[in-house]
Ligand binder design. Structure first.
Ligand SMILES: Cc1cc2nc3c(=O)[nH]c(=O)nc-3n(C[C@H](O)[C@H](O)[C@H](O)COP(=O)(O)O)c2cc1C
Length: 309
């Protein structure tokens, strides 16, 4: 029998576990819908804030050894405009049975709550709260995801205005990811996306003798992040029984199965799209199916978290 790739994410049925990660594939409705048409199990929009942002000047994204380093700087049209984009996106994704995850961020708990109120009007299936972007520290200071108390404050502020599914996007850049997750869970989170980019890091142009990114520093994603993301998901799911979208370096069926065995329910795909485009979703599903068949796994729920022993 064909292995079944379907997963249940916080009550949502996904055709397969692969979720377009936030910020990777444009922010227009057409491109987000195309990811769904191409075989993504769910689609996450680019993070938006109450106030529109231009983001950092180019160069803002660089390829790095199979992955990326980026300092896009959360460029977005503002949550009021994003709400309209999300409405159109939802209209295109619903008939496909592909859930929409709307990502928000802010500079204060109140800004997060206001962004949540706006995007909620588009009726996304999940709101994902990005408290973990590492490349806007100059403006916003240390990310909320590095401090359990701050993470709880943001979660509580959004929970107070939004009763739907609420996921918190965590950072790998903390020695205490479980404490942060636990604090967010107590404040009302229904699940987590783990993780955002690592760092910040830097690449230097040896001819110009200066950092290449205009922002000098940026978040690292792709294959280098996989072992760290696996450990983060493993720790979170060992401590808490909430669903996690395991994200970071998923570029093969084998990486995907490792992430499920670490405890993830769904799998975020970001940097792997950069070279390959949306064809990545069909490839990952095919590879995962082949691997499951070889391992005698009929459904992902059979092996979710099995690495915990
Ligand atoms: C160019 C770029 C832009 C990103 N923008 C966002 C964003 O707006 N919001 C967010 O939560 N994460 C953002 N991320 C992080 C990704 O969603 C993902 O968590 C990270 O890249 C790790 O997954 P990967 O190794 O599959 O790329 C961005 C990553 C990249 C490379």
């Amino acid at each position: 029998m064909e292995p079944n790739l379907g997963v249940n994410l916080a009550g949502l049925e996904l055709h397969n576990p692969f979720v377009l990660a936030s910020g990777i594939w444009g922010s227009a409705a057409e491109t987000l819908i195309r990811a769904g048409q191409a075989g993504a199990g769910a689609v996450t929009s680019k993070s938006c804030s109450v106030v529109p942002r231009r983001g950092h000047p180019n160069p803002a994204v660089l390829p790095w050894r199979g992955g990326l380093i980026n300092a896009v700087g959360l460029a977005n049209p503002g949550a009021a405009e994003e709400r309209l984009i999300l409405r159109d996106t939802q209209r295109g994704l619903r008939p496909l049975g592909v859930p929409l995850i709307a990502s928000i961020f802010g500079g204060t708990p109140d800004e997060y709550a206001r962004a949540a109120e706006l995007v909620a009007q588009a009726e996304p299936d999940i709101i994902e709260v990005n408290i973990s972007c590492p490349n806007v520290q100059n403006e916003f200071g240390v990310p909320f995801a590095l401090d359990p108390g701050a993470a709880a404050q943001v979660t509580a502020a959004v929970r107070a205005v939004y009763s739907g599914r609420l996921f918190i996007k965590l950072s790998p850049n903390t020695p205490a990811i479980t404490a942060v997750a636990r604090a967010a869970a107590q404040a009302g989170a229904d699940g987590f996306t783990a993780v955002n980019t690592l760092g910040p890091g830097m690449l230097i142009d040896t001819h110009a003798r200066m950092p290449i990114l205009s922002n000098r520093i940026g978040g690292i994603s792709g294959p280098a992040l996989l072992p760290i993301a696996l450990r983060c998901v493993y720790e979170i799911t060992q401590a808490l029984s909430l669903p996690v979208i395991g994200t970071g370096g998923i570029a093969s069926g084998e990486a995907a199965l490792q992430m499920v065995m670490a405890g993830a329910t769904a799998l975020g795909v970001g940097s792997a799209l950069a070279g390959e485009g949306t064809a990545v979703f069909q490839r990952l599903s095919a590879e995962l199916r082949t691997l499951m068949a070889a391992e005698g796994i009929a459904a992902l729920s059979e092996v979710r978290g099995c690495a915990h022993g």
